[in-house]
Design a protein around this ligand. Structure first.
Ligand code: ZN
Length: 409
């Protein structure tokens, strides 16, 4: 068999050309979902796919599927892709890389005249970022059967425009049903959006899954009092109690290995007056870890240490879980295909967990799924300064081709 060869310059040129649509002064891109700029980006991609011989389908959520035919059309497609929408001041690589890496797979297979048994679909998922309609990854979620179509189409922006209306307006309200058919497998290439690969000099991350998240709202109850008259040993200071609890949160994080990330990002004291002892204080805890059991254990730890602090200080404490996003584990055979491809190509790699959510996390609920990470400069993402090296992008794409060939033949 011929060897497919990634054209690194072609891949880079595509990224730069897409990046010019909605270019921002700081060198990034702003293509918010279902705007005119989003349409321009979609049109550019669809044009490239047609030139590469793909048949393009669009479903009712505006997800785009560009198909490179297989020799056995009865087989379920191997899918790859990501998203073209960005943050308002986003970069040129988040999402776009995964889409254009998929296109490069098609082009490289065309160049080498390689046929596959299963068809290959390069996918653009609508509105991954969730900037405008307030719900990220909704279209891939509907495809995976996690939400219903009406929920997606009726989601409205701050001006009351719904996704359904805006899809019509930009010409991407397709007729295909959203999902509901068998997908052989799904691979998504993406920049890491974190610093691990770059700091270790690895070109590829073999993504094992995505970390889960549990968030809490903690309410500490004490008693208000005069800052000048109430002696220190008679106070029930809710803000002081919250401060001790926040310190304990940090210690809980450091007590686990591998270490979770736990953040107290918001706090509100009542009455929030400089000369009144706080009668109550509310703060948030955001905890994330790839191991769901450990994440649950961290919740137990927090409850225990909060109760200890409250007890000691004569305070009341209430803990309410506000978010639970379960951990995602990718498919072992897809993970192996990616790791073996990197080995066979001699590309330095490491196993890694995704710290952020991706469309692949949704698709893992309806198809065997794997993700390939490539390093980005200093781990910076959701930022105009987002950057990546052409050789790393090409390495990730080479791994993607091999993993897809493994599944499609
Ligand atoms: Zn992304």
């Amino acid at each position: 068999m011929n060897k497919p060869k990634v054209d690194s310059e072609r891949l880079w040129a595509g990224l730069m050309e897409m990046g010019r649509i909605g270019a921002t002064p700081g060198g990034g891109s702003g293509r918010i979902a279902l705007t005119d700029l989003d349409r321009e980006g979609r049109d550019l991609f669809v044009g490239w796919c047609r030139e590469a011989g793909c048949a393009v389908r669009i479903d009712r959520m505006g997800n785009i599927f560009a198909r490179r035919a297989g020799t056995d059309e009865a087989r379920s497609p191997v899918m790859t892709g990501s998203h073209l929408d960005t943050q308002p001041l986003g970069g040129k690589f988040d999402g776009v890389y995964g889409v254009l890496a998929g296109l490069e797979v098609v082009r490289a297979l065309n160049d080498a005249a390689i046929e596959t048994e299963a068809p290959i679909d390069v996918v653009v998922w609508t509105d991954e970022e969730g900037v405008r309609f307030q719900s990220s990854m909704i279209a891939s979620g509907i495809f995976a059967g996690l939400y219903d179509l009406d929920h997606g189409l009726s989601s409205a922006d701050s001006n009351g425009k719904t996704m359904g209306q805006e899809l019509e307006r930009i010409g991407y309200a397709g007729t295909e049903p959203v999902g509901g058919y068998r997908v052989d497998s799904y691979f998504e290439a993406h920049i890491e959006q974190g610093p691990l690969l770059e700091s270790e000099g690895k070109s590829v991350g073999v993504v094992l899954g995505a970390q889960g998240k549990r968030c809490y709202r903690v309410t500490v109850e004490g008693e208000e009092g005069h800052a000048g008259t109430l002696p220190m040993d008679q106070r029930r200071d809710a803000l002081l109690g919250a401060a001790r609890m926040i310190d304990a949160v940090n210690r809980v994080a450091f007590s686990h290995q591998p270490r979770p990330v736990i953040t107290v990002g918001a706090i509100r004291a009542r009455p929030n007056s400089p000369n009144t002892i706080a009668g109550s204080t509310e703060f948030t805890v955001d905890s994330r870890h790839p191991d769901g059991d450990l994440l649950a254990a961290i919740g137990d730890d927090l409850r225990r240490v909060f109760a200890e602090v409250a007890d000691e200080a004569g305070l009341g404490v209430g803990i309410e879980q506000t978010t639970h996003r379960p951990t995602v584990t990718f498919d072992p055979s897809c993970i192996t295909a990616i790791r073996e491809a990197a080995d066979a190509l001699g590309i330095p790699h490491r196993d890694i967990y995704s710290a952020a959510g991706h469309d692949a996390c949704n698709i893992s609920h309806c198809a065997p799924t794997g993700m390939i990470f490539v390093p980005c400069e200093k781990g910076i993402s959701h930022n105009e300064k987002e950057n990546a090296k052409p050789e790393d992008l090409a390495a990730g794409c080479a791994v993607l081709i091999q993993a897809i060939l493994e599944r499609a033949n």
